[in-house]
Design a protein around this ligand. Structure first.
Ligand code: 0X9
Ligand code: ZN
Length: 311
């Protein structure tokens, strides 16, 4: 019906139905594009939101991705909330009029479906064929992009950070790459939504800093402050910093790839855990936190987008 409530985590079918309904309800504003197919042949879809059908090439593009890691469920309502705000809320009309938006809510549909079944804490995609009897399977899609590929990740399929056979070996990362190929040169802000940890991270995962690190940090602090202004008391404040310095080293991430191809403001948001941030329990989502995560993240996204428009 083209509208959503934020009291539950939506299934893949519900997301598809919602996106489809939006194209019917707002045919001139939104377009649904299939970027590719997953390992198990599910479509990887993104929504384009534009008042000028992406024809005005002077407009900046903002690109939001979520659910690259299957178990990080709270990132889905966060990106769906942003869609809802952009298409139905006139208070942020400037952002819809002046920016072309790309929102890719389910980057890892196979993993996401598995996480709704027997594998609630599944992180990777569902690629098989690496081991006899497939005793281990799955590539960490956030180690499969082509920047420093293979350096701070694992060549062993039984780990959570298996980087795959080669950069972009996975159909899911290839699908995301088509978006960068087509719109990367116009994209001024890229945000990859993950959980958990209440952090705004920027590249590179090697600890090397992008040439515009100062601007990245400044815009990051702006976004963190906007989020903290609406956060719930029991969650800590967001920390902002280089991903290797405040979290751990990594390579082949979407974030680093986006930065390396010249997207100036490329970030990974680590959304907060609902209440219990201990080991995998931090991936479980308290229903009361779902809408709140949407509200908070939207404040961060808006602040980043307005930073783009000011600079
Ligand atoms: O390890 C990851 O892929 C991300 N953390 S998570 O707990 N969601 O798995 C962090 C990646 C951060 N690295 C860069 N942004 N370079
Ligand atoms: Zn993640």
């Amino acid at each position: 019906s083209g509208s959503l409530t934020f009291d539950k985590i939506h299934t893949l079918e519900e997301v598809d139905a919602y996106l489809q309904a939006l194209t019917v309800r707002f045919p001139t504003l939104v377009t649904l594009v299939t970027a590719g197919q997953s390992f198990e042949n599910r479509p990887i879809r993104y929504l384009k939101i534009s008042t000028t059908n992406f024809q005005d090439t002077n407009k900046p593009v903002v690109f939001i991705q979520s659910l690259l890691h299957a178990r990080e469920w709270v990132t889905l309502p966060a990106s769906l909330y942003a869609i809802q705000k952009l298409v139905t809320d006139i208070t942020d009309a400037d952002l819809v009029n002046q920016i072309d938006w790309i929102i890719l809510p389910v980057a890892n549909p196979d993993g996401y479906v598995a996480s709704h079944g027997e594998e609630r804490f599944w992180r990777k995609n569902r690629a098989t064929g690496y081991m006899p009897l497939d005793i281990c399977s799955g590539v960490d899609l956030n180690r499969n992009f082509d920047y420093n590929w293979g350096r701070w990740s694992s060549d062993f399929v039984c780990t959570e950070v298996f980087h795959g056979r080669s950069a972009f070996s996975e159909p899911e990362t290839q699908a995301v790459k088509t978006v960068f190929d087509q719109y990367g040169n116009r994209t001024q802000l890229f945000i990859d939504l993950h959980s958990y940890g209440s952090m705004i991270l920027y590249g590179y995962g090697s600890e090397e800093l992008p040439s515009n690190a100062l601007t990245l940090h400044l815009a990051g602090v702006n976004m963190a402050q906007a989020i903290d202004a609406v956060k719930v008391a029991h969650n800590r404040e967001y920390r902002v910093g280089n991903s290797a310095m405040i979290m751990y080293k990594s390579s082949g991430t979407t974030n680093d790839y986006a930065q390396s191809i010249g997207i100036p403001l490329s970030y990974t948001f680590e959304l907060p855990a609902s209440r219990i941030g201990f080991h995998v329990l931090g991936f479980l989502v308290d229903p009361e936190f779902i809408e709140q995560a949407g509200i908070e993240t939207w404040e961060g996204i808006k602040t980043g987008a307005r930073f783009v428009l000011r600079n």
